[in-house]
Design a protein around this ligand. Structure first.
Ligand SMILES: Nc1ncnc2c1ncn2[C@@H]1O[C@H](COP(=O)(O)OP(=O)(O)O)[C@@H](O)[C@H]1O
Ligand SMILES: [Mg+2]
Length: 253
C-alpha cells in the first residue's frame, strides 16, 4: 500500500531521516517508534508532502507520490493528524469537520456565494458525511458543541474524525494518545482497531509501548534518523539494538 524507499531528509547540519526504507501493507497497522528527535514526525511530513525529501522515494500502490503538494497527497487518499491537535477550538465540532470536507467538494467560489444547486448538493453530502463520521468516532451527540468544551480524549477523537472526512485509504496518526490517561488511551486504541476493520491502513507514531505491542502488525524503530529494526512486535521487542536504544525507558516494562 505504502512504501518509503531510502528516504533521507537533511536539515542544515542535521540528518533527521537517514536512508529509511519500510512498507505498510493494505489494512495493516504499522507503528513507527523511537526516542524523541528520532525523525518520526519528519517521516510523516515527507509522506504527506509538507516537506520534500532530500533523497529517496514514496510510493503508494507503486505510484510515485514523492514530493507531491500536500493537497495532492490528500487526494491520493492519505490523511493525517498532528502531534499537537490543530483544531479550531472556538468553532463547533460540525464546523471543524466541514472544513475537513472542503477537500472533496466540487462547487467553486461562485456557486458557494450564490447557493447554487451544486452547492446545496455538496452541503447535503457534507452533512451526511459528518454524521457518518461522528457515528464512527462515537461522538454524535457533540455535533453542535464548541470544541473547547470537549474533553481532551474527545478532541483527539475529533482530530481523527476530521482526517476521516476525506475517506482516506491511509491514515497517519502522530501520537494520537499523547497526554491522555490510560483509560482514554484504551478508548483511542479501540477506535484505531475499528479503522483497521474498516479497511484503512494505519501508520501510527506512538510512545506507549504496551499499546503498540498490542495494536501493531508491524513496528519500525527509528533512532537518530536511522531505522534500527523492522518486524512484528514479538520480534522487535527482543531486538538487542532496540532494547539498547530504549534502555531505562518504558520499553523494558
Ligand atoms: N523543519 C525542521 N527544520 C530543522 N530541523 C528540524 C525540522 N523538523 C525537525 N527537525 C529536527 O529533526 C530531528 C527529528 O525531529 P522529529 O522528526 O520531529 O522527531 P520525532 O518526531 O521522532 O521526535 C530533530 O532533531 C528536530 O529538531
Ligand atoms: Mg514527533
Amino acid at each position: 500500500m505504502l512504501k518509503a524507499e531510502n528516504l533521507t531528509k537533511r536539515f542544515e547540519g542535521l540528518v533527521a531521516v537517514n536512508d529509511v526504507t519500510f512498507q505498510a501493507g493494505a489494512g495493516d497497522i504499522l507503528a513507527i517508534i523511537g526516542p524523541n528527535g528520532a525523525g518520526k514526525t519528519t517521516v510523516f511530513n515527507l509522506i504527506s508532502g509538507i516537506l520534500p525529501p532530500t533523497s529517496g522515494k514514496i510510493l503508494m500502490h507503486d505510484e510515485d507520490i514523492t514530493a507531491l503538494k500536500p493537497y495532492r497527497v490528500a487526494h491520493k487518499g492519505i490523511a493525517r493528524t498532528f502531534q499537537t491537535t490543530a483544531l479550531f477550538d472556538q468553532l463547533r465540532v460540525l464546523d471543524n469537520m466541514a472544513i475537513g470536507y472542503k477537500l472533496k467538494t466540487t462547487s467553486g467560489f461562485w456557486s458557494t456565494i450564490f447557493h447554487t444547486r451544486r452547492w446545496k448538493a455538496d452541503r447535503d453530502k457534507c452533512t451526511q458525511k459528518v454524521s457518518e463520521v461522528l457515528d464512527f468516532i462515537e461522538l454524535p451527540e457533540k455535533i453542535y458543541n464548541i470544541v473547547s468544551t470537549l474533553s481532551q480524549e474527545e478532541q483527539k477523537r475529533l482530530a481523527i474524525g476530521i482526517a476521516l472526512m476525506s475517506d482516506p485509504k491511509i491514515i497517519l496518526l502522530d501520537e494520537p494518545t499523547g497526554g491522555l490517561i490510560q483509560e482514554d488511551t484504551d478508548s483511542i486504541t479501540v477506535l484505531i482497531r475499528k479503522m483497521k476493520q474498516a479497511g484503512i491502513t494505519v501508520i501510527i507514531i506512538e510512545h506507549k509501548m504496551r499499546m503498540i505491542m498490542d495494536l501493531a502488525d508491524k513496528i519500525v524503530v527509528l533512532n537518530y534518523g536511522e531505522k534500527i529494526a523492522d518486524g512484528p512486535p514479538e520480534e522487535v521487542s527482543k531486538d538487542a539494538a532496540v532494547i539498547k536504544a530504549y534502555l531505562g525507558g518504558e520499553f523494558i516494562a
